[in-house]
Design a protein around this ligand. Structure first.
Ligand SMILES: [Zn+2]
Length: 235
């Protein structure tokens, strides 16, 4: 099983690794990785795998039958190769800031209005957020963006830890999306924004709300009777 370094430390930018297997010349499994695979509303990481003088661009990272697989731009890696991995840190750090921002905004909006989250997708330059709410006023969304920005000025730690499943599921609001109910695992990883929110989550986050910066509302849309869509971005 690949050691998942980004869950241990989301600030790791480089690591050494050994190639465990290569399929079709370009799908690479490593003994340890810092590349996040697509999932949970967070895009996959990009970066480079270096072997000697050869640089392999990581163009896609996905999870297949429980294994994290890195798709590289050309063949040449083989089983047992010692490599060095370099994350496209600027892009990932932005995604970490956006991901933490999304948790704060979701928590404030859902607690304040009773809205239910139906979808959430981080993109490189914006965050898309879908929720169910009967009465919809874009001004209310603006108000919660403002409340989120107030919190992003404060020194509030963000922690992650594993909890036994039963204990985790007793935390109010720990699973925000019904369809994203965690699979039947004995323990769940909790991302806690101290005093604000605790959620079952496998994504990468910043360690303090101050790192988020500020966010701005880009657009609100009505997608049917109760479905609302909001886009916001980091400033
Ligand atoms: Zn999340």
């Amino acid at each position: 099983m690949t050691r998942v370094l980004f869950l241990e430390d989301s600030y790791l930018k480089e690591c050494d690794a050994t190639v465990v297997s290569v399929k079709d010349g370009k799908y690479v499994v490593l003994d340890q990785t810092l590349f996040y695979p697509k999932g949970g509303g967070q895009p996959w990481d990009t970066g480079t795998i270096v072997k000697g003088n050869d640089k392999f661009k990581v163009v896609y990272v996905g999870k297949f039958s429980g294994e994290i697989s890195h798709e590289v731009d050309h063949a040449g890696l083989s089983e047992g190769a010692k490599v060095h991995c370099i994350l496209d840190w600027e892009r990932r750090y932005k995604l970490m800031r956006s991901h933490t921002a999304a948790h704060v905004f979701a928590s404030l909006l859902c607690t304040g209005t009773g809205a239910l989250v139906t979808g959430n997708q981080l993109e490189e330059d914006k965050v898309r957020f879908d929720f169910n709410l009967e009465k919809f006023d874009p001004e209310v969304v603006r108000e919660y963006i403002g409340k989120s920005n107030e919190l992003f000025k404060k020194d509030i730690p963000v922690k992650s830890y594993e909890l036994p499943r039963d204990e985790a599921l007793r935390i109010p609001g720990v699973v925000k999306m019904a369809e994203a109910f965690p699979p039947d695992l004995p323990s769940l990883r909790i991302v806690e924004i101290v005093g604000v929110d605790a959620q079952a989550d496998g994504g990468t986050h910043v360690k303090n709300l101050k790192e988020v910066g500020q966010i701005e509302l880009l657009k609100t849309e009505n997608k049917g009777k109760q479905n609302r869509r909001v886009y916001f971005s980091l400033i």
